[in-house]
Design a protein around this ligand. Structure first.
Ligand code: ZN
Length: 586
């Protein structure tokens, strides 16, 4: 099934696709539908900012599935100023890189040892690789290339000519002191949520220069354009005069004192301020859909101001622009924070397959916040995902769930890579935990899970197996890892009463006949029943449940020296029959 047959009312993606197609046909009949995202490679791109891309991607993909041509623009805001040195980036020392603050991101050196020519390219590369793996089809546009090639020349001259109009629009909001007014578009945490950590703040900054000045406060007048200094390359410049007829512009640099006269009709080293730049690009590209993370209701947000500027200055129309809610991260281990503690899409793709990550975005409306699990929750999430897959396969799935599943596993271009034998993630994680990645041992255990239909090669369980292994090794703390005993716990074995010894004897006796995941499940639950004189299919009573719990605790103590661990059938398979016999004292 290469095409989704989703009706127009199936889910949020379909509803936006309806609106976007209708709006595109109204504004630009016969032209490709244009949707857009903006990303700022000012440092590692936070996983939370992936929503900036996934929201238009899913809508664009639905439009493609319906046979329309779509351009999904990703504007790399790499001509933004370098605002601050992020913490904890390998190959970056704060003092050296602080000297580059104020330069375009593409003029800042890449971290030491990087394969990329500059700061922006270095951080763009990781995101590009993740987007490829996620099946996101897009046209990347470097704003450095656009500005320095003079692509926006007409728009810049037009904005300068109409600077009084722009100033008037901005002035409508200047008296309303709203802290959100200075925000860029890359996602702002809802204010009712109080706990904010550093990483989330990073995410909230996102694209567009938050707190960037909008060109006001200049005693020589209002100018929506800022040159980068011809001497020091920083944007700490002040336009001192501009002549509309000759396009002659004078500026001085407050960082180095440099002053220069240039002609904007031929000058390519500067950019429009963010609140003008964004609506200019809506008009230039004919953007029909571009979501943003900022709270629309805030009176001075870039999206609201941009809506007026695009209409009043650039004779364009504001895109359909839903606000998307914050995406959080649960439980990312400190040990994996090799990139300044900022979880990136690449980090998520190390522990989960691309379809699962796509599904998290597809199943929630943009205005619903959710968390991406790096902790134990990922196992439950995978169970839910597998259960959805079974419902899709047997036809019992609800339409909205089917739509989300379809958007997760395939795009208009085809199926995403999948795992041929998708064994339960929690089982794979347990096996990886116990074997520490030893391939022959892993294959033995996985092939014994279902002896009727054994796994014959690890590749059948990949890439899910690799993701589960990565999760165990990078996210599960050492104290939570499972270490199988080498030698039997003689002291504990010696202290057992008759009942305890008999339970172990029954288990070992049934081991060979029950050596599969299902068989061992029956066996471990069955031993306490037999001891209690009950039939193996007896209904559990509270007394029986208590007996099972203490039997399981005994097995965990004898096998892994703790009271809990991976599910017992998986653990027994992983330990292997010979070692189980040895540790249980036979
Ligand atoms: Zn300078």
């Amino acid at each position: 099934m290469a095409e989704s047959q989703t009706s127009t009312e199936t889910d949020w993606v379909s509803r936006f696709a309806d609106d976007v197609i209708a709006e595109s046909e109204r504004r630009a009949p016969g032209k490709p539908v244009v949707v857009a995202s903006g990303l700022s490679p000012s440092g590692p791109i936070h996983l939370g900012n992936l929503r900036e891309v996934m929201t238009p991607h899913l809508v664009a993909d639905e439009i493609r599935r319906r046979g329309h041509t779509v351009r999904h623009l990703i504007s790399w805001d790499d001509y933004d100023r370098f605002r601050k040195v992020p913490e904890g980036i390998p190959g970056v020392d704060k003092a050296t890189w602080t000297e580059h603050i104020g330069k375009p991101l593409t003029s800042v050196p890449a971290p030491a040892g990087s394969a990329y020519p500059n700061w922006a390219e270095h951080f763009k590369a990781a995101m590009t690789a993740a987007l490829d793996e996620l099946g996101v089809e897009y046209d990347g546009i470097s704003q450095t290339e656009q500005y320095t090639a003079g692509t926006y020349r007409e728009q810049i001259l037009h904005a300068m000519k109409h600077r009084a109009d722009i100033d008037a629009v901005l002035d409508r909001y200047r008296t309303k002191k709203d802290p959100a007014a200075a925000q860029g578009k890359g996602g702002k945490k809802p204010q009712q949520q109080k706990k904010v950590d550093e990483a989330e703040l990073e995410a909230a900054e996102g694209s567009g220069a938050a707190d960037e000045d909008d060109g006001s406060g200049n005693t020589a007048g209002y100018f929506p354009y800022k040159p980068y200094c011809g001497n020091c390359e920083k944007d700490l410049t002040v336009v001192t005069s501009y002549d509309d007829d000759t396009t002659e512009l004078n500026y001085t640099c407050s960082a180095c004192g440099f002053a220069e006269t240039v002609r904007l009709s031929e000058f390519n080293r500067g950019k429009l301020v963010w609140k003008v730049d964004w609506p200019m690009r809506w008009a230039y590209e004919g953007v029909i859909f571009e979501p943003s993370g900022v709270d629309h209701s805030s009176p001075g947000s870039s999206f609201v101001v941009g809506g007026q500027i695009v209409r009043e200055v650039f004779d364009g129309v504001q895109p359909i622009g839903p606000m998307y809610a914050f995406v959080g991260i649960s439980g990312m281990a400190k040990m994996s924070s090799s990139k300044g503690g900022v979880p990136t899409p690449a980090d998520a793709l190390k522990i989960m397959e691309a379809p699962l990550l796509r599904w998290l975005y597809a199943r929630r409306k943009p205005n619903q916040s959710f968390k991406i699990a790096f902790d134990q929750e990922i196992q439950r999430l995978y169970d839910e995902w597998d259960s959805l897959g079974r419902k899709v396969a047997d036809g019992t799935v609800l339409p909205a769930d089917a739509a989300a599943h379809s958007r997760a596993v395939r795009t208009a271009a085809g199926e995403l890579p999948s795992t041929p034998r998708p064994l339960p993630y929690r089982t794979l994680a347990s096996v990886a935990d116990i074997t520490a990645g030893a391939e022959d041992q892993t294959l033995r255990i996985l092939s014994e899970l279902d002896p009727e239909n054994p796994l014959t090669a690890l590749d059948e369980a990949r890439p899910r197996l690799d993701r589960a292994e990565n999760w165990i090794t990078t996210q599960v703390p050492a104290e939570a890892r499972t270490i199988v005993r080498d030698e039997p716990d003689k002291e504990l074995l010696g202290s057992l009463d008759d009942q305890g010894r008999e339970s172990l004897r029954l288990l070992l006796e049934g081991l060979d006949a029950h050596w599969s995941l299902d068989g061992l499940t029956t066996l471990v639950y069955g031993v306490p029943k037999v001891l209690a004189g009950l039939k193996p299919d007896a209904k559990p009573t509270p007394e029986l449940k208590a007996a099972q719990r203490s039997f399981f605790a005994l097995l965990y103590r004898l096998l892994v020296s703790r009271d809990t661990g991976p599910r017992l059938p998986t653990l027994l398979l992983a330990v292997g029959a010979d070692r189980v016999r040895r540790l249980l004292g036979a």
